[in-house]
Ligand binder design. Structure first.
Ligand code: RIB
Ligand code: CA
Length: 316
């Protein structure tokens, strides 16, 4: 049984790998559309980068939509220092053949969900939550059709990567995150506590490069660029592969570990803006709204990622 998904992203090298992993998994995932949001780099680049990945993977038929360029209430915060000025430094950019749909991403999300059966579409946001929150605000009638929301975002034990308290996707649009985490639909959140266990070490990048097909080579090239910032910042051997954890959870939930708890978003304090208050020990009476994922079998993740990327060398 394939799961219908909408991937909402801000490519970003790790978003790009998440897209490629989803493209390589047609038996499990039916991608209804890809929606781009301003985040790692401005919207005109994130939508272009998403379409580039469709071209690279031979997935030109997948509809790509541009969404919100700016967060709900704050100016856009970007991350060129990590992702480079193109957003996917490591590969040469080109004008993709994959079309940019004329419809706004939020209208696509609303229209698709209003027409969908109950609990039939999974939303996979790997950037700031502006598009998702705007769709919910504009048309709360879409909520019953959402099977689950699987965002990459937040942090608890790992602390923030953009401020001491906040992870980037939540910090960019904390108001949007607050709307999403309060929406009442099931949420399985992949925060830094799990993504920081999934490091693209030189050995793992070399395994990907050794596959020898153009998609794997481009992935290795993107990871080689993406690694340099985090390796310097954390002293780790390789950058965390944040966004592919969302797709990997859809494919192989058994390699993850999580706990149901309440997550609330700081939307006021300048000191801790965008903080995800994860009530891991249920010390408040706030309702459980999230499965907070904190564990992963990282070797198994990479074995399976390599197997899926290898598929681009044969019949996909
Ligand atoms: O904090 C990591 C997240 O921010 C990832 O989604 C990365 O692509 C950036 O968007
Ligand atoms: Ca992202």
């Amino acid at each position: 049984m394939t799961r219908k998904i909408i991937i909402d992203c801000d490519p970003g090298q790790d978003d790009a790998v998440a897209l490629l992993l989803a493209f390589a998994s047609p038996d499990e995932l039916e991608i209804l559309g890809i929606t781009a949001v301003g985040g790692n780099v401005p919207l005109q680049l994130t939508q272009r980068n998403a379409r580039m990945m469709c071209d690279l993977a031979g997935m030109q038929h997948i509809p790509v939509f541009a969404g919100c360029a700016e967060p709900l209430e704050r100016p856009l915060l970007t991350a060129e220092a990590i992702h480079g000025t193109t957003g996917i430094n490591g590969v040469d950019v080109f004008e993709p053949e994959t079309a940019l749909q004329p419809q706004h991403a939020v209208d696509f999300i609303v229209e698709t969900l209003l027409a969908a059966e109950e609990s039939s579409v999974t939303l996979v946001p790997t950037g700031p939550l502006t598009n998702i929150a705007t769709a919910i605000q504009r048309e709360p009638g879409i909520l019953p059709s959402i099977e689950r929301i699987v965002p990459m975002g937040g942090a608890m034990r790992e602390g923030g990567n953009s401020t001491p308290s906040a992870e980037f996707n939540i910090l960019v649009d904390p108001q949007a995150a607050d709307i999403v985490f309060r929406c009442g639909r099931p949420i399985t959140a992949m925060g830094l506590d799990v993504t920081h266990q999934v490091l693209s070490t030189p050995e793992r990048v070399q395994r990907i490069r050794a596959l020898g097909n153009p998609v794997a080579t481009a992935t290795a090239d993107m990871l080689n660029f993406f690694d340099r910032y985090d390796t310097k910042k954390y002293g780790s051997e390789g950058a965390p592969l944040h966004d592919p954890c969302t797709i990997a959870w859809l494919l192989w939930p058994e390699i993850f570990e999580g706990k149901d708890c309440n997550i609330s978003i700081e939307t006021e304090s300048e000191l801790t803006l965008g903080h995800t208050a994860v009530d891991f020990w249920n010390v408040t009476d706030k309702p459980v709204n999230t499965t907070w994922v904190y564990g992963i079998d990282a070797p198994a993740f990479y074995d399976r990622l390599v197997e899926r990327l290898d598929r681009f060398g044969g019949a996909l």
